[in-house]
Write a protein that binds this ligand. Structure first.
Ligand code: FES
Length: 121
């Protein structure tokens, strides 16, 4: 059974292969929503439309599903998501659009890259 390690929370959960990452986090008491987005009406119900359930896959990116067109489009067109994506184009994911098939390490609530220090580097 795949293990998900939530680094910030120092919590490891075992899940069935194909488990949705957002669902696994919420079921184990791990918050994936920053600030006001924690409130149910301030985020979508896992449709990939609000882009607030962002996580960084720190290890095991090969063990998660590939981003679909909806997630890719949302990440590219979101007005704020660009600041989270810079330098993390392959490992920043929407947890609600990600399924887990093997061991992964996940950082919830990643910081934005407002000043672009990785943008020019
Ligand atoms: S919960 Fe809205 S995009 Fe994931």
């Amino acid at each position: 059974m795949p293990k998900i390690k939530f680094i910030r929370e120092n919590k490891v959960v075992e899940v069935d292969p194909g488990t949705n990452l957002r669902r696994a986090a919420l079921d184990s008491g791990v918050n994936v929503y920053p600030g006001i987005h924690q409130f149910p009406l301030a985020h979508c119900p896992g449709w990939g439309s609000c882009a607030t359930c962002r996580v960084l896959i720190k290890k095991g990116v090969e063990n998660i599903s590939r981003p679909g067109w909806k997630e890719t489009l949302r990440m590219l067109l979101g007005p704020l998501t660009i600041f989270f994506r810079i330098g993390h184009e392959k490992d920043l994911r929407l947890s609600c659009q990600t399924t887990v098939n093997g061991d992964v390490e996940v950082e919830t609530l990643p910081e934005p890259n407002w000043h672009g220090e990785r943008f020019w580097g």
